[in-house]
Ligand binder design. Structure first.
Ligand code: DC
Length: 227
């Protein structure tokens, strides 16, 4: 049984399986699951609704500061409203990536993420968790998959919700977003030097979960079970 607070950081590009794995892992370990992308998405949704230009640094920073974001298991609230489904639209995906280049926006989100991680053991997923938010995280995983497989997974997700989108459109959107996320000046998507790289292209969800769990056990409990 671990008594101390543990941080597991999972970073990687869109569609690599971060959310699925982080959620399952948190459940297995009894940790809090934090989807940091959902926080950027919530601010982007607010900007869209308020007609605020996502490249307007000053106004976006104000919105990020004023946004009341609450993370509950499996749900996210923005200023008291449940926006769990609303933040998953393609417009919000692209908007989130655009506002995420603004240093002032990132500062607000990172402050919030650190304060959550200081209170509880967490599995936190995003783009900069192992590099910036928790550079001292106990476990760092960089979860990747080859682009065609990442597009395929996203396509399945979108279609499962009953939405229609052309594969080529989705592929372009993801490529553009990954390029923006990886090339921005402030906290770009990058593998931390001490992160373990895991390519999930040819693995099932169960296989990835087992691989990650094994890494966590080796790093945190010397191979022993958590419970
Ligand atoms: O993980 P996601 O696809 O829901 O994230 C949406 C966008 O938010 C992503 O394109 C970039 C940004 N983001 C970020 O800059 N840093 C994070 N830690 C998480 C997400």
């Amino acid at each position: 049984m671990t008594q101390r607070r543990v941080v597991v950081a999972i970073d990687g590009p869109a569609g690599a399986g971060k959310s699925t794995i982080a959620r399952r892992l948190a459940e297995r370990l009894g940790f809090t699951y934090i989807d940091t992308g959902a926080m950027y998405r919530a601010v982007a949704l607010w900007a869209l609704r308020q007609n605020v230009d996502p490249t307007d640094m000053h106004r976006m920073e104000q919105l990020a500061l004023a946004a009341e974001i609450e993370l509950q298991p499996g749900r996210i609230r923005l200023n008291g409203e449940d926006v769990t489904e609303a933040i998953r639209s393609p417009e919000v995906s692209s908007g989130a990536s655009k506002i995420a280049v603004i240093a002032g926006v990132r500062r607000r989100m990172v402050d919030k993420q650190r304060s959550i991680g200081e209170r509880a053991s967490v599995v936190m997923e995003g783009r900069d968790i192992g590099t910036v938010v928790f550079p001292d995280a106990d476990v760092k995983i960089f979860l990747d998959a080859q682009p065609p497989e990442r597009v395929r997974r996203r396509l399945l997700e979108v279609r499962a919700k009953g939405e229609q989108v052309a594969e080529s459109t989705l592929a372009l959107e993801m490529e553009e977003r990954d390029r923006r996320d990886s090339t921005r000046r402030d906290a770009p998507l990058a593998q931390a030097p001490d992160a373990i790289y895991l390519d999930s292209t040819a693995l099932s969800i169960d296989e990835v979960e087992e691989a990650v769990l094994k890494i966590v056990r080796q790093r945190v409990t010397n191979g022993k079970e958590f419970h």
